[in-house]
Design a protein around this ligand. Sequence first.
Ligand code: IVH
Length: 661
Amino acid sequence: MGSVKARIEQIREQITEANYKYYVLDQPTLSDETYDSLFRELLELEKKNPEYNDSSSPSHKVGGPPLEKFSKYHHREPMLSLQNIYSEKELKDFYERWAAVINNNFSIIGEPKFDGLAIELVYENGLLTVASTRGDGETGENVTNNVKTIRSVPLKLRGNYPSLLEVRGEIIILKEDFEKLNQERAKKQEPLFANPRNAAAGSIRQLDSKVTAQRHLDLFCHSIGTIEGINYKTHWELTQLFSKWGLRTHTLKKELKSISEVQAFFNEVEQQRDSLPYEIDGIVLKINEIKNQRELGFLARSPRWAVAYKFKAQEGITELKEVHFQVGRTGVITPVAVLEPVSIGGVEVKSATLHNEDQIKALGIKIHDTVVVKRAGDVIPNVQSVITEKRTGKEKPIHFPKNCPSCGDKVVTSEEEVAHRCINVACPARLSETLKHFASKRAMNIEGLGDKWIDILLQKKLIHHFSSLYDLTSEQLQILERQGERSAQKLVDAIQKTKHNTLDRFIFALGIRFVGERTAELLALHFGNLERFLEAKEEDLLKVEEVGEKVATAITQFISDKKNRTEIDKLLEKGVQPKPIKSHGGTSLQGKTFVITGTLPSLSRDDAANLIRSNGGKVTGSVSKSTDYLVVGEDAGSKLIKARELGIKELSEAQLKTLIG
Ligand code: IVH
């Protein structure tokens, strides 16, 4: 019997080790077949020899939890993102919204937007205790050992530091080091990093911190999470404190007091861009005064008091090799230019959108033309123009297909729009795109369920729509090529986990026309739960910030469609239960008291009051000295007279909305 015990222990050890390597280190060591056969042997031996049962045996956790390479780290305060703007017009809109909320003087700090990897460093009593990546904003990876190797990261703060500090910054790699690194990798025939940001990220996510140490990474600190034991009044002051504590910040920052000063700073930094030793992709504008930052508050995922003003697109010249026609979720057929790969701003571009047939005609573009391609940030690159002087006579015209490249149905065009559409709702390409969108990172974020998987599952008829994803079993997946029990179970677990995603993700995942991530977030904040969203009428939708008629109509069409409703009901039956999201305070009206009088053009009084309250304001019934604003509609009576006597500020409904932003 002794040998049986030894065998059981040996297998337990082998499986535990293999689980660790697979889940934690992301390095599979056993083939799925070997693992499964060991597992079966263990189960059998344990069954036959119950006296050797052990609660820590791997047999108790079939497949193990979905671990990652590094341990997880939950940020005390979420690491948010920034809204982007791209033009002077958008800057003006943003600036005016700020000015409407903060009535007093305010200034803005402009600084570079580093194109690197966001990081949080936690200092407790001056000592670096944790460094973590952003992850999904709430939970990141603990990469302390690697971050400690960066020379510009102090392990101990200097001077009069706060008792607790979560400082956030960007890890970057110098352009020069990036080039060298790629040259070395090319020599060793290792895959190249697409851009410096990827190189920085790849270097931080190394299990061996000695490798990280060789990569010459750098850090610039730009903001904070929690801070305890210190007071400061402005962002400028904070950055000076950073320097005093030994934390590196950037010197290219400036206090700005008007739109024109902001624009001038933007131009100045853009000019310096190429001569900087690392990548930046815009500037970040932050309201300087902490008091004003508080008044503006936050949306669910970004502050209202900061914005990224991104540089304009960069261009490259290359050859158009051919055109593919892609069928999107809504059936729109988009011509996609297949290009001779070209590097634009450090990123290899192989394809670009040609938008639609009108665009092809307007550009006068032909296959084999030399074209100018533009790319800006994360936006899909697009073909800007044709260099006709480079024509050789070999160019061929582009023909738009008459039939859908996926299902073969006739392609439809209409007077109202330039798009060509496949209107077959059952078109496999449309369904496939719909499902890919649903599972994608920014939507339901089903880890491991990439585009390839969706195509396989559709082909094998294992899925038909969203809800059938939740019926998938590990057994079904195992039948598919090279799927072992563990990988199959991991995927099933990843799908099941998304049942409790937040409402904004769920709404975005449905793929309603015109409903992007931000609109989904505003809808989720406004309606609070799925039931209320699904009951919304067009007039309710129009009350949502930034929702106009086009969007409201698209939503009502979607939610009143029988097939869509059946699908959503099925999702609910399977236990999908989107969680409400909260705006971080919604504090733009914090501390302000409002009175409403008269008939407002679109909001009922109750709705206006709810809107004020949900943004942190207070609503009272009568005007007094403590009233800050009177919201005035038509046929206002005695309240207006009293407010005017007391010199209280008046707002129209539109001004109230502007104030809220
Ligand atoms: S402040 C609430 N300042 O950009 C967010 N962020 O798109 C406060 N970033 O995840 C961040 N340069 O990692 C700030 N000068 C800068 C920045 C900067 C780059 C990154 C940051 C954030 C991302 C948002």
